[in-house]
Design a protein around this ligand. Structure first.
Ligand SMILES: [Zn+2]
Length: 321
């Protein structure tokens, strides 16, 4: 059986998010939209087309606990008594979003935004935004959560789907792959527009993990899979995933080369580079490109093309000779 796509509105730039419904042998949702009245209404309408209500849902399977994918999980679980299934990697984010978003916001404030050279006022706004996401998210009670692990097989729609870890956009992102039918629930791993490689808080006493190089490695693993249909977290299902991966990769390398040229021209900090790379946005909105830019810089470092020195607590990039 094919996953049934129900598109739910969000307030984010990414646009609507997809939730996928399997009706048999029991009603299962994969992802469930952001906590907004319009999103709830769209979910009710989508389920009603299959003569279902949220109270009928036995399992809500979460690809990654970002609020557009998991925001309504607590509400559906409370109504249905169903379980919210998530990878162990994402468990804490689902049951304690305030703590986890708060820790990341603290890391941004105390380390990342300073190192990126972001001016105080903008840094405070970014920090406050991420802390707010955590406090605005309804936690899922631990007793309603069932965790699975990478490599496990999940029964959905009468078929077995393998859990694949696909970090890069989020360190805890999982995709679900059905090898016999070649169906792939790709979350935000394969999207028409490259997903943001979110800078994550490093584990204690560990260096920061470079999200875009990690995403590129996940792309290569997707490329190797025999996939017939991709069911993405946003936008229409599509085929020819290798074509999409090729396009994504070319664009990433092109933008990465642009960042390299800007460093050669003397733009040294992430903030200065962000203002050049995203000059087509109004100044107050350019920070939206910061995570992608850090990704290009991480990639240039991983390739040995640039180095970074810390001067007064701020990263200064230079081109390796
Ligand atoms: Zn998403």
């Amino acid at each position: 059986m094919d996953p049934i796509r129900i598109e739910l509105p969000t307030e984010f730039d990414v646009g609507p998010v997809n939730c996928y419904l399997f009706t048999a042998p029991e009603p299962v949702l994969v992802d469930c939209g952001v906590e907004l009245p319009a999103s709830w209404d769209a979910l009710l309408a989508g389920l009603a087309q299959h003569h279902l209500t949220p109270a009928d849902i036995r399992r809500i399977v979460i690809t990654h606990p970002h609020v557009d994918h998991s925001g309504q999980a607590a509400k559906i679980a409370a109504l249905s008594g169903g379980q919210v299934w998530v990878a162990d990697l994402g468990y804490e984010w689902l049951v304690n979003p305030q703590k986890m978003f708060g820790l990341r916001a603290d890391y941004y404030r105390d380390h990342f935004l300073i190192e990126a050279g972001i001016p105080d006022e903008m840094a405070q706004m970014i920090q406050a935004y991420f802390a707010q996401v955590g406090t605005d998210t309804t936690p899922v009670p631990p007793e309603a959560v069932h965790t699975f692990r990478v490599g496990d097989w999940l029964e959905m729609g009468g078929a077995r789907w393998q859990v694949l870890h696909m970090p890069g956009h989020a360190s805890h992102q999982t995709c679900f792959y059905q090898p016999e039918s070649g169906q792939f629930l790709s979350a935000d791993m394969l999207l028409p527009k490259t997903p943001t490689p979110i800078v994550e808080r490093p584990s204690p006493n560990q260096p920061r993990q470079p999200s875009l190089p990690i995403y590129m490695a996940s792309l290569a693993r997707c490329e190797a899979l025999e996939i017939d249909w991709v069911y993405p977290g946003h936008g229409e299902p599509f085929q020819n995933h290798r074509q999409l991966i090729h396009t994504q990769r070319s664009r990433i390398h092109k933008r990465k080369d642009e960042a390299l040229a800007l460093i050669q021209q003397g733009h040294r900090t992430a903030y200065a580079l962000m203002n050049e790379m995203y000059a087509h946005y109004p100044p107050a909105l350019r920070f939206a490109g910061l995570w992608m830019l850090i990704g290009y810089l991480d990639l240039l470092q991983a390739e040995g093309q640039v180095g970074v020195a810390v001067v007064d607590g701020v990263w200064q990039y230079y081109v390796n000779k």
